[in-house]
Unconditional design. Structure first.
Lengths: 546, 365
């Protein structure tokens, strides 16, 4: 990239991006961090109620991140390297767990694997305790492996087959190739996957809240302080502790991959096939993916059955009545779709540009910018929402709304909140992609006279199709299923599907909640399939094998 | 509910605002609030003797089914008015929301949830002082001495059991007192809404403390023995009812009205109200900065009528604070059950200390 002074358009765009990050990530969070005040922090920290949740948080983050990344890696490897069948089906399976609306999916796990669970007791005659550390570990592994799978698959699919062929030609066996070529080259994906998973698991509130039982982690403590006690001060202090933990994770990660190069895409694209994977390995991978798919389908299948019966599992009479709620609350479903789409589009564009500026630029402060873009992952959704509410529910925003002839700007605020809350994955995906693409490629464009922005648009963006898709899909799916970000921002007109589900669950309306969840998840799956079709056609890259 | 189509967004307008709003907000935020301007409350017209009109925004922690019919009944009583209802069955969230919105309040009314969620708002100066003429009929324990909130329903803490498993595994006897739950026959068969995460769980501990005349040592000894019988602490009160209803566990202390609601769907559960139990007083209050104060006051007055009380009893199985309103069929009433001398103020003031004590007692800290 050329110096910024010589490219005023680029400079302006960068300044705008920085302003947006300051306004929508930093400023709202400052509102939250400042709430307790010095006295509040001192009294909270000396109170000591946070020490056990902190230990628990660290414990569960280590356990779940390890298994989720491992599972994600196996899944990604199977998808990219092996010629196993049913890949389009598995691609949906690899995203499905992200579609986990509040309460409902966790409730299904209890229904299936509780002490009198349909599977645990009904099939195996066991009475396990799902509540607690092991339950959370298992559920989080399934819930978060899609992050790892998507980031790693994207990287693997772009790794250069020639290196592996060369290793094979020089006499290395499949295992040796994997260990000394494939694994090291997937470094940026693995690093990003570990960081992203760890931070999201650290921040995860829903699973520990519902499956944790007496096992308390920092996000559940923060929420219970608000929900049970109206203690916003203590909750904000917990939120700050979470931010500090995320910061240390980030520092650890950046110091680990400092000075390493992961370039696998050089000036010349390769269409060489990968060395074949042993047949046994393909079979093992297929079996593993099938088992995982079975479990995930069991969960969503139970939801569908719940939606179609009067009161599952105690009253199994067939009914379609629960789907009436879809009509009665059509507005919330429609809002969810519109907001999530806009957030996903905005998020993808913003992440593309930000990733480009950080990876290719040399301006001062880009390290801080880099961290700020990963930070939202560490902010529990409710604090993201509360921060927005405190920052933007002001007399001036009312006047702004009045100016536009609207009662309020909450719908716009929800979209922006969903956009920036989900920036981390989208941004990570772009970053990882750019680190694999040799600078000489875009430099070729600029040295031929194109502006940096043009080189970015015409050369890099088409090569990053897969990474953009990761960010888009993840943002959309998480936006459709988040309750916590929206819970403090929604109004009667800007209500979302997750709010409806929350209300139905609290009304002891299991059938209605299940039916509405089926509608919400179904809508998202349709969108995913469309994107996959479009993505498959649009991806111009010769680098995507997945 | 509210009229949606009339205010629906024009798609193009929406996008335009998205773009402009984002940049304007960004600038304003970067300016560090320099753009702050004096608030422009659209205060309602001067009070007249006529029935108030217009619209109010109601933050409601009531059940979804209650919300809809409740709003319709109010509009029938006050023709020409509209209610913008924000439904969120989580009173603590609404309390936090009202706190966070104080720079530019959006709600007129906060309804539902135990008075414990309204009281701190009143003390923080975020509620409008209003004593409805209809509150005169209520006992003093049902209203705020300072006049910020009024109690209009009651909820009693009871016990849910999976009838089938109760008969087969515990001998079929529902607990008559809370001490009955210490019987080893219950070992591993009980659950409790997590006292740290739920209001109900905390009310359960507070009830034990009041049962022992605030002898905390005795109450903690009780909780410790009970802990030995408890299989799991559950993150939400409705979640705990669901788990017992599915037969995952045999029994759980929980809200009697919610247990009745569940029983209507699954006859396989039983309700008991052990002696010396605790209860909540559900409140209604007016948010300071209400845009339509006359109508907000009219709403509170209406909520405190026997008609509204009876409607809520019918829809939620809760009790009314108005003595003349009969209870729901099969529902316990404050008069029919044995209540502990529940010191609400003490319970609120000592909450974090008691919970820390409890966590130490059961080895969770």
């Amino acid at each position: 990239m050329r110096s910024l002074q010589r490219e005023p358009v680029l400079l302006l765009a960068l300044l705008a991006a920085i302003a947006l990050v300051l306004a929508f990530i930093v400023y709202p969070q400052i509102q939250v961090v400042l709430v307790p005040g010095a006295d509040g922090y001192v009294s909270f920290l000396t109170g000591g109620t946070w020490t056990l949740p902190l230990t628990n948080s660290i414990k569960i983050t280590l356990l779940s991140t390890t298994t989720a990344v491992l599972l994600g890696f196996v899944f990604a490897y199977a998808m990219v390297y092996t010629p196993m069948p049913w890949k389009p089906f598995f691609r949906i399976i690899g995203i499905l767990p992200l579609l986990s609306p509040p309460f409902v999916v966790a409730a299904v796990y209890i229904l299936l694997f509780g002490p009198r669970g349909i599977v645990s007791y009904g099939v195996f005659g066991q009475s396990p305790s799902v509540f607690g550390l092991f339950g959370v570990w298992g559920v989080q592994t399934i819930a978060f492996f899609p992050f790892a799978y998507q980031l790693i698959a994207d990287v693997l699919s772009r790794s250069d087959a020639r290196l592996e062929q060369a290793a094979r030609n020089l006499g290395a066996g499949p295992w040796q190739v994997f260990r000394s070529v494939t694994l090291p080259l997937s470094g940026p994906g693995l690093g990003a996957a570990i960081l992203t998973c760890a931070i999201y698991i650290l921040e995860d509130f829903g699973n520990p809240q519902l499956i944790g039982g007496g096992f308390n982690v920092l996000p559940t403590q923060a929420y219970s302080l608000i929900e049970g006690f109206g203690d916003f001060t203590g909750a904000a202090a917990v939120s700050t502790i979470l931010l500090l933990l995320a910061l240390s994770l980030y520092v650890a990660k950046t110091s680990l991959d400092r000075g390493r190069s992961f370039v696998t895409v050089g000036g010349k694209a390769s269409s060489m096939p990968r060395p074949p994977v042993p047949v046994t390995l393909t079979r093992v991978c297929f079996a593993a993916c099938l088992a995982l798919a079975g479990l995930i389908l069991l969960v969503y299948g139970t939801l569908i059955v719940s939606a179609l019966t009067l009161y599952f599992p105690t009253n199994l009479n067939f009914t379609l009545d629960h789907f009436d709620y879809l009509r009665a609350h059509a507005l919330s479903l429609q809002n969810s779709f519109v907001y999530s789409m806009l957030a996903a589009v905005g998020c993808s564009i913003f992440a593309l540009f930000a990733g480009f500026m950080v990876q290719r630029g040399t301006w001062p402060g880009r390290k801080i910018f880099d961290f700020l873009l990963i930070m939202p992952a560490a902010i529990p959704g409710i604090f993201f929402g509360i921060g927005y509410l405190t920052a933007f529910n002001q007399p001036w925003s009312d006047q702004l709304a009045e100016f536009f002839g609207q009662r309020d700007l909450r719908a716009e605020l929800i979209v922006i909140a969903l956009l920036f809350w989900n920036i981390p994955v989208a941004y990570q995906a772009i970053t990882v992609g750019l680190r694999q693409i040799d600078k000489s490629i875009d430099e070729a464009a600029t040295s031929l006279g194109a502006s940096s922005l043009r080189g970015f648009r015409d050369v890099l963006v088409p090569m990053l199709g897969g990474s953009v898709q990761v960010g888009f899909v993840t943002t959309f799916v998480r936006a459709v299923t988040t309750l916590s970000v929206v819970i403090f921002l929604f109004t009667p007109r800007s209500t979302t599907a997750t709010i409806t589900i929350f209300q139905l669950v609290n009304d002891f309306n299991w059938g209605g909640a299940a039916a509405f969840t089926v509608g919400d998840v179904g809508m998202a799956i349709v969108v995913l399939i469309v994107i996959q079709r479009l993505g498959g056609r649009l991806a111009v890259t010769g680098f995507r094998g997945g | 509910m509210e009229d949606i189509s009339a205010t629906g967004y024009d798609r193009r307008n929406f996008l335009k605002i998205m773009g402009l709003g984002a940049s304007a907000a960004a600038l304003a935020a970067c300016g560090g609030g320099a753009t702050a301007v004096s608030p422009s409350p659209t205060t309602a017209a001067a009070k007249t003797a006529a029935k108030p009109t217009g619209s109010i925004t109601v933050y409601s922690a009531l059940n979804e089914t209650t919300n809809n019919q409740f709003g319709d009944a109010f509009k029938a009583a006050y023709p020409g008015t509209t209610i913008d209802l924000l439904p969120l069955a989580a009173a603590g969230d609404l309390q936090t929301r009202i706190t966070a919105e104080k720079a530019s309040p959006k709600a007129d009314i906060f309804i539902g949830g135990s008075s414990e969620f309204h009281d701190p708002l009143g003390k923080a100066g975020l509620l409008e002082n209003y004593v409805s003429p209809n509150a005169a009929q209520l006992k003093p324990e049902f209203k705020d001495a300072a006049g910020f909130w009024t109690g209009w329903y009651t909820g009693i803490f009871g016990f849910i059991a999976s009838t089938d498993r109760l008969t087969k595994e515990v001998g079929g006897k529902l607990p008559a007192t809370w001490d009955d739950l210490l019987d080893p026959v219950w070992k591993g068969k009980l659950i409790l809404p997590d006292p740290v995460k739920t209001g109900g769980g905390y009310i359960f501990i507070a009830t034990q403390i009041f049962r022992f005349n605030k002898d905390e040592a005795k109450a903690m000894a009780y909780m410790k023995t009970l802990h030995g019988n408890i299989a799991d602490y559950i993150g939400t009160s409705p979640g705990a009812i669901g788990a017992v209803s599915q037969g995952q566990y045999v029994g759980c202390p929980n809200w009697a009205h919610d247990i009745l609601t569940e029983k209507a769907k699954n006859p396989g559960v039983s309700l008991a109200v052990p002696a010396n139990t605790g209860f909540e007083v559900g409140a209604v209050s007016i948010v300071k900065g209400a845009h339509n104060l006359p109508l907000a006051k009219a709403f509170v007055d209406w909520v405190l009528t026997p008609e509204a009380g009876a409607l809520n009893v019918k829809l939620s199985n809760r009790g009314s604070t108005i003595a003349s309103v009969p209870p729901a069929p099969g529902a316990p009433t404050l008069a029919s059950v044995s209540l502990v001398n529940y010191d609400r103020q003490w319970a609120t003031d000592n909450k974090s200390r008691i919970l820390t004590l409890w966590q130490q007692t059961v080895g969770r800290s």
